[in-house]
Design a protein around this ligand. Structure first.
Ligand SMILES: [Zn+2]
Length: 315
């Protein structure tokens, strides 16, 4: 049973929106491009494991939690957790291309990319050990204890492990179902009811990381980005609003709702609370009435009287 599904991290859409709006020569472009690629690769590897685990149909009761994020005091993010009546299996997914060296004493992960660049990361062994302490604390507080069995999962066969970790199980993603199905459930520590109760408690404690407003987080000013409505056809910025329609000076396309994507961009970049005047300046529409109506149509929550009204993105 899957008690917590995985969703695409919201920061991915945020980085994409920001890259569309940063001038070609902006000094932070490269950094954001890198963050976007890392986030996409991470999510891609995790989603690949989800597709493989579709075929995990064990004969014993099991609960899955995919991308569990716990806020303070735990402050942790687990890629995939599988709970059974006898253990908590913690799967940390890695999607780093090239040759991988898991060194210990001290722990470090070295990646040799195919383009020759060498990068060093915090070892997933250390990440997993930290998570184990936190999950242990969570279970103790819930008074539902299970021993934790960790494993690092390599998403794709194109990742070549030159040196596996000395002190932690390493699985290829396609080995995970076989590994999990072999779990010995002869001596359960929890009843089925307790197992589901622990799963529910973890799912309820999920508290997703808030990546927005992205401009503030990346320390980029509103005046540094290209404002306006982007043409859905050719990507040109900005379109012009004429007689209730958006027109593209680049390709000539016309649209009635091209502003919707720009409103979403604005919310991710400087939301969640905006006012109609600022939205109008961003979209390139004079006044407050038309932008105000556009914001209402996006389902934002309006607060305050006409003059000081703000619109909030509630999720
Ligand atoms: Zn166009």
């Amino acid at each position: 049973m899957i008690m917590k599904q995985r969703e695409e991290p919201r920061k991915i859409a945020g980085y994409e929106a920001l890259l569309h709006r940063l001038p070609e020569r902006h000094p932070k472009r490269e950094r954001i491009q890198e963050l976007l690629e890392t986030s996409r690769a991470g999510y891609g590897g995790e989603a690949n494991l989800d597709r493989i685990m579709f075929h995990f149909q064990p004969a014993f009761p099991a609960v899955q939690l995919r991308n569990l994020e716990l806020g303070p005091p735990y402050a942790m993010q687990a890629d995939t957790i599988v709970l059974t009546r006898s253990r908590l299996v913690l799967l940390e997914v890695k999607n780093l291309q090239g040759r991988l060296f898991f060194y210990s004493n001290p722990h470090v992960l070295v990646q040799q990319r195919l383009d020759g660049i060498q990068k060093t990361y915090t070892s997933p062994v250390v990440q997993v050990q930290e998570m184990m302490l936190k999950l242990d604390r969570f279970m103790r507080k819930a008074d539902l204890m299970l021993p934790i069995e960790p494993a690092i999962v390599i998403s794709y066969p194109s990742q070549i492990v030159e040196k596996p970790p000395d002190d932690m199980r390493l699985l290829a993603a396609r080995e995970v179902n076989f590994f999990l199905s072999g779990i010995n459930e002869e001596k359960p520590l929890l009843s089925g009811e307790e197992l589901y109760s622990l799963g529910r408690k973890m799912a309820e404690a999920h508290s997703p990381y808030e990546p927005f407003p992205l401009l503030q987080r990346m320390e980029i000013g509103m005046e540094e980005i290209i404002q306006g409505v982007r043409c859905p056809g050719c990507g040109h910025l900005p379109m012009v609003f004429v007689r209730q329609r958006w027109r593209c000076p680049g390709c000539g396309a016309a649209s009635r709702d091209a502003h919707r994507a720009a409103v979403r961009d604005l919310l991710m970049l400087s939301g969640p609370i905006i006012n109609a005047g600022d939205a109008g300046r961003f979209l390139g529409i004079a006044g407050k009435d038309v932008p105000g109506r556009m914001l209402m149509r996006e389902g934002l929550k309006a607060t305050g009287n006409t003059r000081s009204r703000t619109y909030e993105w509630v999720r």
